[in-house]
Design a protein around this ligand. Sequence first.
Ligand SMILES: Cc1cc2nc3c(=O)[nH]c(=O)nc-3n(C[C@H](O)[C@H](O)[C@H](O)COP(=O)(O)OP(=O)(O)OC[C@H]3O[C@@H](n4cnc5c(N)ncnc54)[C@H](O)[C@@H]3O)c2cc1C
Length: 489
Amino acid sequence: MTEHAVVIAGGGPTGLMLAGELALAGVDVVIVERRASQDLDGSRGGGLHSRTIEVLDQRGIAERFLSAGQVMQVQGFALIPLDISDFPTRHNYGLALWQSHFEPILADWVGELGVPILRGCEVVGFAQDDKGVDVELSGDTSLRAEYLVGCDGGRSLIRKAAGIDFAGSDPSTSWMIAEVEMDEEPEFGFRRDSAGQHALGRRAAGEAIRVVLTERHFEHTGDPSMSELREALVAVYGTDYGLRSANWISRFTDMTRQAASYRRRRVLLAGDAAHVHPPHGGQGLNTGVQDAVNLGWKLAQVVNKTSPESLLDTYHAERHPIGARVLRNTMAQVALSSPDDRHQALRDTMTELLSMDEPRRRIAAMLSGLDIHYDLGEGHPLRGRRMPDLDVHTADGPTSVFTLLHDPRPVLLNLGEPGGFDISPWANRVRLVDAKHHGVWELPVLGEIAAPPALLIRPDGHVAWAGDLTDPELPQALATWFGAATPAH
Ligand SMILES: Cc1cc2nc3c(=O)[nH]c(=O)nc-3n(C[C@H](O)[C@H](O)[C@H](O)COP(=O)(O)OP(=O)(O)OC[C@H]3O[C@@H](n4cnc5c(N)ncnc54)[C@H](O)[C@@H]3O)c2cc1C
């Protein structure tokens, strides 16, 4: 039986990102993917939010995606547009890039890192014991791993087989989605009627036309047929605009569910396997990629034996509340999209509120992922928050914080006088960088904050500790996050 440190079930956005993070940390990882190639039916997710672009930038790969998509203000709450161009980040925008284009770029990176992907192969079951997991594959083969991560989407077999409850709400609404060719040029844009909101659009000339239609009933099973799509178009627009062909017809609902636990012993869940919700606000792929970035370095440290297994509990503790918040805001967005007069009045009120700066900043920071704050205890406002990508001067010349994170190792960034802290008990794990930064420190929503003299930055770009190097909490934070001090020889 072939052995790997980590087996990832599912090579969608979440599985690919996690594999990249683990490979960068030197972990022997394999992806098992049901699809024979990275091709998707339809283009699915429409793009990346600011924080996702930032986490890709932290690994030095953002440019690959930026050059393939279109930078724009993509943010919307129930389609109420939210501009983030005044946010203090290098990426004060989103990226319009179809998931069908996003995945191959990410897969190329994972390929460059040497991660094997067993394509056209399925995980069909597993059994875990104290030392590892036997992962059963289709074709009567199996793998042995120390850990198994289910990145296998909303219908996750891993989640079900692990017996993890998927609590939440059943669907209340269903939408038909299609990518089509039409003889006539339809009326692009949104239309609202007693069923709800409908949309016809095309991102670029030559691309298929994207159709999203709210259905009057939600108790459907399976994908709609071409004749159902035609009927639905006629019901809304009075014509099918000469519907000729469809390269993708599907449906999605507002089912909203979250795994009660993101971990059961040696089995973990990430991405849609851990949370499903309607695509309002375009957050699913983004949340999955960010789950992977939170989990990757922790799992790597546990596998590499620098940290105890308990570090994995922080993955659930940090990411479950983030997932819950996404579920909640998508439920609110669905409610605001209800066609009845009362909900529309509520939507008008919300539109008015979101035209004001403070509410806009708060909601936009939530949707873009820029306000994520893990509860790492009291202290400097940066503690638990994302480290801004400051320009800094080091002994090697000018650089930026995100550049320091390309090699996903923790960084102790000392902005005061060099010296003053003995890093040697952690030197094999944590990089001490003496640097200078001249300029204002500003965070989304919070605004200007006091510059800390030093910071401990985790590989996912979140600040574990900020303060003075003489703070007795610093050695404690180093040990908590990056393992016990190594005694001097
Ligand atoms: C219409 C629509 C629009 C959307 N728009 C957006 C958007 O604008 N922004 C956004 O962020 N998100 C959007 N999403 C959500 C986004 O598509 C998902 O959240 C995202 O694909 C989740 O990634 P994942 O890797 O967790 O899961 P998936 O993409 O579902 O990947 C799971 C992978 O696991 C494989 N697999 C499944 N079971 C097994 C098994 N047993 N063994 C091996 N492999 C297996 C599958 O083949 C698949 O490749 C949208 C979704 C829809 C439907």
